[in-house]
Design a protein around this ligand. Structure first.
Ligand code: ZN
Ligand code: ZN
Length: 90
């Protein structure tokens, strides 16, 4: 039996929300701020984890993905970086 582990940090995924659902949330938030970095969706490798929102496969935990996103936000919109990490705590 496969375990539900993140392929990046190898921790068990306890809050399964896929990249696409997270990106959607972040896009909405950015739009409210009048910003847009056009986060694109990406297919995950087949994995035993399913997103609680859209039930797609997911292999990276929300924590790792948000960390990734915050790097992008820091580059594009340094002013929003702090607020971003307040908003999206996974
Ligand atoms: Zn992870
Ligand atoms: Zn999803």
């Amino acid at each position: 039996m496969q375990e539900s582990k993140c392929i990046v940090c190898e921790k068990t995924i306890t809050n399964p929300i896929c990249l696409n659902c997270l990106n959607k949330e972040v896009n909405v938030w950015l739009e409210e701020k009048g910003c847009n970095i056009g986060l694109t969706s990406k297919d995950a490798e087949p994995s035993p984890n399913n997103c609680i929102l859209c039930s797609s496969n997911m292999d990276i935990c929300p924590h790792c993905h948000v960390k990734d996103l915050s790097q992008t936000i820091k580059k594009e919109y340094p002013k929003l970086a702090e607020e971003f990490s307040e908003m999206f705590r996974y």
